[in-house]
Design a binder for this molecule. Structure first.
Ligand SMILES: [Zn+2]
Length: 128
């Protein structure tokens, strides 16, 4: 999603990283799959490293990329991919505070906040 029109008229934009009004949610029913998928991927890399095959496995999965450190990049990709496939997005309208929770791809359901104002509930910085 790059833009979402809130019912209050505000346009919620998602065109950068580290947005204070966006979060990724892992449903409790997906949490175990998320952890299991990560554990399997990490275990396969550790097993390959113990056997001295890590470089070959990384080349096989990600191609012979010249960037280093390749293992760190592989871990970033594994965790990012697992998060994307096991999470949904949520946005807080910066005008009215309404929460928009992803139901399907490009489909969001609104939830009104009692205060009806932006409270930065998805931000790591405390609201003022
Ligand atoms: Zn709004």
């Amino acid at each position: 999603m790059s833009k979402l029109a809130c019912t209050c008229g505000h346009i919620i934009r998602d065109q950068a990283d580290s947005l204070p009004h966006k979060a990724s949610l892992i449903k409790d029913q997906q949490e175990e799959d998320f952890i299991q998928n990560l554990a399997q991927e990490i275990n396969s890399l550790l097993t390959a490293a113990e056997a001295g095959n890590l470089e070959a496995i990384l080349d096989e999965r990600y191609g012979k990329i010249p960037r280093q450190p390749k293992a760190a990049e592989a871990c970033y990709n594994i965790i990012g991919s697992a998060l994307l496939s096991n999470s949904i997005s949520a946005y807080e309208c910066q005008s009215c505070g309404k929460l928009w929770i992803q139901k399907e791809v490009n489909s969001f359901k609104p939830f009104n906040s009692e205060s009806r104002v932006y409270e930065a509930v998805l931000s790591i910085a405390p609201s003022t």
